[in-house]
Design a protein around this ligand. Structure first.
Ligand code: SAM
Length: 239
């Protein structure tokens, strides 16, 4: 597995002191932040209580509305920053077909494993949502987003001390990229997205943060802590 994912193999995490480990057990795998054991483990599990809560509560409404979920309309979404797949799963649960593109090998491995497990779920809503998902490994900017209605970008927010909007699990995702500044290039992602043949680009921002560019979005949809900036492209304006 380490060879396939191009990761260093260690038989015991005691041998490691810093960084994040992908721990592979017989029946599940997870991320473990080594310096801060309290911040782990981080699982990707679409049947978890957290996901159930997100699906049942109204939290998802702004995300769906931002994508253009309305009446019988279910846009096909390219999630260019899949992360832990939470937003993607919510969208798939709303009925969208979602491609989860993720540049981190351990994360894309966990996402694919979670998708395959969710396909076997006894909960029909979970298995049906999983059947509308596919996982891609690599830099989203290498892809041409052909056949999609929307590109979704949820960049990593910079950590800001105690007021960080970064939750524990996302802090571990950030730690995965601690040595690779190029892994976080939201402006580059947006400029790639603007060149793609999609009608809409949706960017997640902390509710009070400035936009990713000085260009004004077509409209914004705000929740309690996050805001979705929506760029609707005029038809035929893509590259
Ligand atoms: C804040 S997380 C996304 C969280 C996600 N929306 C969720 O609900 O779990 C950002 C993720 O985007 C990924 N990412 C950033 N730039 C990328 C790129 N150019 N291509 C693919 N993935 C990228 C990072 O590796 C990270 O896992």
């Amino acid at each position: 597995m380490a060879e396939r994912l191009d990761l260093e193999f260690v038989a015991s995490v005691d041998k490691l002191e810093t960084g994040v480990a992908l721990v592979v057990d017989t029946d599940r795998s997870w991320l473990q932040r080594l310096q801060s054991p309290r911040l782990g483990p981080v699982f990707v599990d679409f049947s978890s209580a957290d996901m159930l809560y997100r699906r049942k509560s109204g939290h998802n409404e702004p995300l769906g509305r931002a994508m253009g979920v309305k009446g019988s309309s279910r846009p096909v979404v390219f999630d260019a920053t899949a992360g832990l797949g939470r937003d993607a799963f919510v969208l798939a649960d709303l009925g969208c077909f979602v491609t989860l593109s993720e540049q981190s090998a351990p994360l894309s491995y966990l996402l694919e494993q979670a998708r395959e497990l969710a396909l076997l779920s006894f909960n029909e809503k979970v298995s049906e949502a999983a059947s509308r998902m596919q996982v891609l490994y690599g830099d989203s900017r290498q892809h041409r987003a052909e056949g999609f209605d929307v590109i979704y970008i949820d960049p990593m927010f910079p950590e800001r001390g105690k007021t960080a909007a970064v939750k524990k699990d996302l802090a571990t995702v950030q730690a995965l990229h601690a040595d690779n500044a190029e892994a976080n290039d939201p402006e580059g992602l947006l400029s790639w997205a603007l060149d793609q043949p999609v009608e809409r680009i949706v960017i997640k921002r902390p509710v009070k943060a400035p936009g990713l560019t000085s260009a004004k979005p077509s409209h914004c949809i705000s929740g309690k802590t996050v805001r979705f900036d929506v760029i609707v492209k005029p038809k035929g304006s893509d590259a």
